[in-house]
Design a protein around this ligand. Structure first.
Ligand code: HEM
Length: 512
């Protein structure tokens, strides 16, 4: 036993010595001519890892108060520049947008998104442009989002029915919200709720937790030994296998149905598909363009699976997180809840379900509530970017290939731009033009520039409808014995910042 421990210790020391010498060599190779941004002094081998607590965006916010709005960190073998000010974010993401339009690589993205074959994590370039264009045209444009109105309405009705069944008793609202948003995404993109929807949600949540870039295999990428010993890679490979089974099934079902539809005489001469309204859904479109072979970058099954997983994860997690955080804030702030409910109840009274989208679109206070929720709880708290060219910003060199984390969580709480930044105060947007469409750099929940979120319209349609319906149809309180002060506001670690704990509430049906 003792021999084994000594051997393990010797191997570990050898690994650390190798990494240490390699770091030194890399440093001397790069020379010292670059003036990197300031940052805390790194330790050998681990760099600043000992100073990073969880969740990283909160810790980076604290560190930036000491080291400034552009900060250099050494994270194991890797480095990162953390930006915490709207002014510097603007220089990078507007003035130098193409140079900072790449994404950092990571083991979760490599394995779960088929070697970066998706849109969100693939390198900036023509392949990214091609795939993003198809998704925007076929799923995310204003026109297409509008056409999904009946799907949203249907899923909202299902959510309300499930809450009515448990009216007066404590329910896990978070779980029901996830089911609502995942069903909308699946029905819109895959033409129906996936057979393994629950399994897909579970995989997505685990993937997003591991995709934050702070896994040991991401921090020591060149070390084959760390890679081989890493639990993360083995876990991700098992998850990828499960994902393959689910998404292959979705694609196979589509192929089979398309063959049947093509053989039916009544469909001759028209483009029918698996979409809920008889036309093509996103999977059909990909299968068609794959067969036509006219794309600049031909696509194979793995490209389709990568993009479908993007849409599912992008569409489900962020939307559900936004609805969930907003409900938590409303329950913590009864004054805001009362005001939002009064607006919704007055506006929706007497309207028929097919008028809801138009009525809800004009709910000014609800929109301010959502904006404030996205300010305090951005579902993606740091924009993950990478530079593809060297630039000097504020006198500091940002080398080509550097990982850049734009800490929007810090920027959206910057006291220079926001009065009482920690308060949930929707009225701050009254008579203000500040918006989240990517032009105001102190409010970037959907990002900005070329890599800005293409799913904003899709997401907001679901968020607004769900919140309006929840506020219209129910009164809300915490379960017996739980006080507002007991509601913690801790976030999960990972790429997305959902609330760590599920929200349990009592919904009581409201009768006009
Ligand atoms: C409230 C909901 C949502 C929020 C807050 C959100 C936020 C974001 C953010 C911050 C980014 C990175 C932007 C950047 O780097 O500048 C992003 C990218 C992305 N989002 Fe969303 N998102 C939401 C909903 C959606 C939905 C519904 C979809 C699709 C169905 C989606 C698909 C994507 C994709 C594909 C990207 C990658 C874009 C690229 O790299 O070109 N998102 N999102």
């Amino acid at each position: 036993m003792l021999e084994l421990t000594t051997t393990a210790a010797l191997i570990l020391s050898a690994i650390f010595l190798f990494i240490f010498l390699d770091n030194k060599w890399q440093k001397s190779k790069n020379g010292n001519s670059m003036k990197l941004p300031p940052g805390p002094k790194p330790l050998p081998i681990i760099g600043n890892l000992h100073q990073i607590s969880s969740p990283p965006f909160r810790c980076f916010t604290d560190l930036s108060k000491q080291y400034g709005p552009i900060m250099h960190l050494k994270l194991g073998e890797t480095t990162a520049v953390v930006v915490s000010s709207p002014e510097i974010a603007k220089q990078m993401l507007k003035d130098l947008d193409p140079s900072f339009a790449d994404r950092p690589q990571g083991v979760a993205m490599e394995i779960m998104w088929y070697n970066y074959s998706d849109i969100a994590f693939c390198p900036y370039g023509d392949y990214w442009r091609q795939m993003r264009k198809i998704c925007v045209n076929e799923l995310l444009s204003h026109r297409i989002v509008r056409s999904f109105q009946s799907i949203r309405r249907d899923e909202a009705a299902r959510l309300l029915d499930s809450l009515r069944e448990s009216s007066g008793s404590s329910v896990n609202l978070t779980e029901r919200i996830y089911s609502f948003s995942s069903s909308i995404t699946s029905r819109a993109a895959f033409g129906g709720v996936c057979r393994d929807n629950e399994a897909l949600i579970k995989l997505m949540m685990e993937t997003l937790t591991m995709a934050g870039g702070f896994e040991i295999a991401d921090l020591f990428p060149s070390s084959r030994i760390v890679g081989a010993l890493s639990w993360t890679k083995r876990r991700l490979k098992t998850m990828r296998w499960k994902l393959d089974v689910i998404l292959d099934d979705v694609i196979d079902q589509h192929r089979e149905n398309l063959a049947k539809l093509a053989a039916a005489p009544e469909n001759r001469g028209r483009r029918s598909g698996n979409g809920e309204f008889g036309g093509e859904d996103l999977v059909d479109v990909f299968l068609r363009v794959k067969a036509e072979e006219q794309l600049q970058f031909p696509i194979a099954n793995h490209n389709i699976k990568a993009v479908l997983y993007d849409m599912f994860a992008g569409g489900t997690e962020t939307t559900a997180t936004t609805i969930d955080w907003t409900m938590v804030e409303l329950i913590r702030n009864p004054r805001v809840m009362d005001k939002a409910q009064a607006e919704v109840r007055q506006a929706l009274k007497g309207s028929s379900p097919d008028q809801y989208d138009a009525v809800i679109h004009n709910l000014k206070y609800l929109k301010m509530v959502i904006k404030e929720s996205l300010r305090l709880h951005p579902p993606a708290p740091m924009l993950p970017r990478a530079s593809n060219k060297e630039h000097v910003i504020n006198g500091y060199t940002i080398p080509a290939g550097e990982r850049v984390l734009v800490n929007i969580w810090a920027m959206q709480r910057d006291p220079r731009f926001w009065k009482d930044p920690e308060e949930f105060e929707p009225e701050r947007f009254h008579n203000q033009t500040v918006d989240f469409i990517g032009a105001d750099f102190h409010l970037l929940p959907f990002g900005t520039g070329r890599r800005m979120c293409p799913g904003m319209t899709f997401a907001l349609a679901s968020v607004e409808l769900a919140l309006a319906q929840l506020l219209y149809n129910f009164d809300w309180k915490l379960p017996e014995g739980v006080r507002v002060e007991d509601l913690d506001m801790i976030e999960n670690v990972g790429l997305a910042s959902s609330r760590k704990h599920n929200l349990f509430v009592v919904a009581t049906s409201y009768n006009e």
